[in-house]
Write a protein that binds this ligand. Structure first.
Ligand code: HEM
Ligand SMILES: [Cu+2]
Length: 540
């Protein structure tokens, strides 16, 4: 089971070579930057999770339960803002991407290490502004900030908008850094056709980050102008057009779904290969479908606007283009399953998350095709059906990949092993809890329960109670993970250099890696995840 257990580990690692606080805060090491992002996004997940629990507890009874209607509006806004902007967008690229991308390419670091450090502080500044707005008086517009309400709401919309605007720069810098690193810092032997699929996924994501984020930045800033100077861009009372906002917002925010999901798919590919002991089936198809999704993702934003008064023809076109995403996604699913087929499956916890991912992604994706069908969406628009659909993709799928990455790369990042049984218990609780939370919401939506409502008819209570029960399971599962991972940092067994026997290139370095990743130049002599070539165990 431990093919490289005996291989040497570096004595001096990126964790122990300098340990002062300033050596962390001023570091230019991509690995430490990845770890800092990991801590930050986990804190964001925790905060968003607390807001989610408040929402679910409020919805336990049809009438008022624990908070007022106004507070409820703020809670779902803050939950959405935190989860989307502070957690999901940076989660996989900035934390795991930063950590493993240079190692996978045989590089010492990313192309612009100082900018990389800046991206952390820009994120902190943006998150700080957002939190300031939340503490000041929150916002009640929903995370989508739809005009004209967002231009007139008396709550602290402006600092939150500005915070999200600032975080956008962090995303753009990360994207630029990854693109440049892939082009300029590949080690000898790292041909284009050997680039690991996680890196391809980050590359596709980076293009979206660089191209689409500025549009979001512009529209958010324009809403701020409208609030402060009353310029009349979006507010019809001042001669503006509220639907213009929706176009600009979704021009970014639909592709943003792929900023979340493409890196997740990249993680899944790595984990599938590692635990099936096989190279990926259809390397080129997976890489190509990544770019297919990224490309089509730019032309489907109108599916959020079927009831906004856009032309029926326009809606039809947006609907069909949206469905193309399902084809590219299906290609990936086919290839993952084909990779597992006939593989030598080693069911470790990262692979369990992959199975969860595939199931939830298929469910979320197929309901996506359904909501892309205009005639159906008119019925489901703004109901809990939508809430269930996007949670299946965003929480279900992306969170599964986040947890798979966390468990797969934990020994790589921290050199410790976590207790396997507890990790299985947590993973099963989370997958089961997830289904109990969100499956009833499809039914609620179909029965007509609108989203963002504080009260509902009594006959819908049992489904809501079920959903809240599922949410409690989720909270339990997450707490369990927090406990055993923190425990492992102190008391966990030291990990071998390559505890999974993975042939992913990132395992060429030690676990944890040396300060500059490699102590001798890494050699890329085989395809990534080629389990047919025996390899001398080594860790640089
Ligand atoms: C990564 C995790 C999550 C993400 C990215 C996420 C994202 C979102 C988003 C974007 C909204 C829409 C807010 C709006 O309509 O303005 C939302 C609403 C909501 N979410 Fe989550 N969520 C996550 C986890 C959870 C969890 C674990 C729960 C349950 C415990 C939950 C329960 C809710 C509820 C009840 C709403 C409010 C629906 C409404 O009244 O409009 N979410 N979430
Ligand atoms: Cu969309």
């Amino acid at each position: 089971m431990n093919p490289s257990a005996g291989s040497s580990q570096p004595d001096i690692t990126y964790l122990n070579h300098e340990t002062t606080v300033s050596s962390w805060l001023l570091t230019r090491d991509h690995k430490r930057i990845g770890v800092m992002f990991l801590v930050l996004v986990i804190l964001a997940l925790l905060l968003g999770g607390v807001f989610a629990m408040v929402l679910r507890i409020e919805l336990l009874t049809p009438g008022p339960t624990i908070i007022s209607a106004m507070t409820y509006n703020r809670m779902f806004t803050l939950h959405g803002v935190t989860m989307v902007w502070l957690f999901m967008i940076p989660a996989i690229p900035s934390a795991f991407g930063n950590f493993v991308l240079p190692i996978m390419l045989g590089a010492k670091d990313v192309a612009f290490p100082r900018l990389n450090l800046a991206s952390v502080y820009i994120y902190v500044a943006g998150a700080g502004l957002t939190l300031f707005g939340m503490l000041w008086s929150g916002a009640d517009t929903g995370w989508t900030f739809y005009t004209p309400y967002s231009t007139t709401s008396p709550t602290a919309v402006a600092p939150i908008l500005l915070g999200v605007f600032v975080i956008g720069f962090s995303t753009i810098i990360t994207g630029l850094n990854f693109i440049t690193t892939v082009h300029t810092l590949r080690a000898p032997g790292m041909h284009w056709s050997r680039i690991p699929l996680f890196v391809w996924a980050l590359y596709g994501t980076s293009i979206i980050q660089v191209v689409a984020t500025p549009v979001l930045g512009m529209v958010l800033l324009l809403v701020c102008f409208e609030r402060v100077f009353g310029v009349g861009l979006f507010d019809p009372a001042r001669g503006g057009d509220p639907v213009l906002f929706q176009h600009m917002f979704w021009f970014y925010s639909h592709p943003a779904v792929y900023i979340m999901v493409l890196p997740a798919m990249g993680v899944i590919t790595e984990v599938v290969c590692a635990f099936s002991r096989k190279n990926i089936f259809g390397y080129k198809m997976i890489a190509a479908s990544t770019f297919g999704i990224a490309f089509v993702g730019f032309f489907s934003w109108g599916h959020h606007m079927f009831v906004s008064g856009q032309s029926t023809f326009g809606s039809g076109v947006f609907g069909v283009l949206s469905m193309l995403v399902a084809i590219f996604t299906a290609i990936k699913i086919f290839n993952w399953v084909a990779t597992m087929y006939g593989g030598s499956i080693d069911l470790k916890v990262p692979l369990l998350y992959v199975l969860g991912f595939i199931f939830l992604l298929m469910f979320g994706g197929m309901t996506g095709v359904a909501v892309a069908t205009t005639s159906l969406d008119v019925h489901w628009h703004d109901t809990y059906f939508i809430v269930a659909h996007f949670h299946y993709i965003m929480v279900g799928a992306v969170l599964m990949a986040f947890l798979a990455a966390l468990h797969y790369w934990w020994p790589k990042m921290f050199g410790r092993v976590y207790p396997e049984r507890w990790s299985f218990l947590a993973a099963s609780t989370i997958i089961f809890g997830f289904i109990v939370t969100f499956l009833p919401q499809f039914l609620l939506g179909n029965l007509g329960m609108p989203r963002r409502y504080y009260q509902y008819p009594a006959e819908l209570q049992w489904l809501n109670v079920l959903s809240t029960a599922g949410a409690s399971l989720l909270a339990f599962g997450f707490s369990l993970i927090a406990v055993y991972l923190l425990w492992s940092l102190r008391y966990g067994e030291a990990s071998a250099a390559n505890p999974w026997g993975s042939k992913g290139y990132e395992w060429h370095s030690g676990s944890p890696p040396a300060p500059h990743n490699f102590t001798e130049a890494p050699r890329f002599e085989r395809e990534v995840h080629d389990y047919t070539v025996p390899e001398a165990p080594r860790a640089y």
